[in-house]
Design a protein around this ligand. Structure first.
Ligand code: PMV
Length: 325
């Protein structure tokens, strides 16, 4: 009996696979055009549970917490379901009596990597179910395939980050560059949920249209964002959080000029910058709404979560996952 068949006949069900979310610290949108980005897996994520189900294979409809009283669109379940179907077909599990279930501490659709975390969690769960050994080098491509169901043609930064165990330097390439950044103090701060998130697909298309319509200006903005990500990688490696925070502020301004911020996100970052202990603030992810992040000085995070709690629908402390933790 081969390794695959062995695992499926074992009664190893149910089991759960953790799937962390991510934050883009620097470089969103510019990454699509080959510039570098910096992103971090975070200590907030999802769990994918696999159990025996005679009606399977199927995805049990996830109940994600909604922050703005909106009802979850049917299309959102179709995307999650489509990603599961693709994962099942990659692993030849189209007739398997299993159910997948998601539990999430990660606000969904806020630029915090929920689609990448879900894609990575599903791929890892199906691999575990089949007893798939090794093949780590193909896992990125598999996750990227599932992520593409949500985002069309993602740069790969989200997929790379949710599979990483430390802050990452990412460049789409070719050749693709994915490098952990050695950081003396893992960055920590606040995630502030501000308003309903925008569609990554639409925002990436909008930037592409703007680039076609006003090439000189938009190309310049994307280049400056890439340059900031590059400098931030060096500053983070040197443990210089104060200058890293300043670069975050500048990165936000450039994203606003790119047209992916909103008045609410601008107001949120301005409010955060006024707080003692906040080193910098920016939107995170594709923009058009969603969340902003603030980098906080060591020891200030929890006081700030409390003092800002009534300013946002939700304030969550984050710490970048770091391999040496
Ligand atoms: O999926 P989001 O909202 O976290 O944003 C992805 C980051 C982009 O740079 C906007 C797109 C990409 O593929 O890099």
């Amino acid at each position: 009996m081969d390794a695959v068949a062995q695992s499926r006949t074992d009664d190893n069900l149910p089991f759960e696979v953790p799937a962390p979310g991510k934050l883009i610290l620097f470089g969103e949108h510019a990454t699509v055009y080959g510039h570098p980005g910096i992103a971090a897996p975070i200590d907030i994520g999802m769990r994918i549970r696999v159990s025996r189900d005679p009606q399977g294979p199927r995805l049990i409809r996830p109940r994600f917490k909604q922050y703005f009283g909106e009802t979850e669109p049917e299309s959102s379940f179709d995307l999650f379901s489509g990603a599961v179907q693709l994962g099942l077909s990659i692993h030849n599990l189209e007739n398997e009596p299993i159910a997948l279930e998601v539990e999430s501490d990660l606000p969904v659709g806020m630029g915090l990597g929920s689609s990448a975390a879900f894609s990575a969690g599903v791929c890892k769960a199906l691999r575990r179910y089949t007893g798939h050994q090794g093949g780590e080098e193909t896992l990125f491509d598999e996750v990227q395939q599932l992520e593409s169901i949500f985002h069309g043609n993602p740069s790969g930064m989200d997929a790379a980050t949710v599979l990483a165990d430390s802050v990452l330097w990412f460049r789409k390439g070719p050749p693709r560059e994915i490098r952990p950044i050695e950081i003396p103090t893992p960055p920590s701060g606040l995630i502030c949920i501000v308003e309903p998130g925008g569609s990554t697909l639409e925002l990436v298309r909008m930037v592409s249209r703007n680039l076609a319509g006003d090439e000189g200006r938009v190309k310049g903005l994307l280049e400056e964002i890439g340059g900031i990500a590059s400098q931030a990688g060096t500053l983070l490696g040197a443990g210089n959080l104060v200058e890293t925070g300043r670069l975050m502020n500048r990165n936000h301004e450039l994203l606003a000029q790119l047209g992916v911020s909103t008045p609410q996100l601008d107001r949120a970052t301005a409010l955060l910058r006024e707080q003692a202990g906040v080193l910098g603030a920016k939107l995170t992810g594709a923009g058009g709404g969603g969340a902003v992040i603030a980098l906080t000085a060591p020891g200030e995070q929890h006081r700030l979560v409390e003092s800002l709690a009534d300013q946002f629908p939700l304030v969550i402390p984050f710490t970048a996952v770091h391999g040496t933790d």
